[in-house]
Design a protein. Structure first.
Length: 40
């Protein structure tokens, strides 16, 4: 998966699921890493 597309999907999910600043960052990292594993 393209890294830019992966980042966009992770950012969208973090925006929807993240509660605050720290929560959004953690959700972004989790989604980004999960999409990286799925793409292999």
């Amino acid at each position: 998966m393209n890294k830019f597309l992966r980042a966009l999907i992770a950012a969208y999910g973090a925006r929807k699921l993240g509660g605050g600043c720290l929560g959004t960052i953690l959700v972004f990292i989790l989604i980004y890493v999960a999409l990286g594993y799925c793409g292999k």
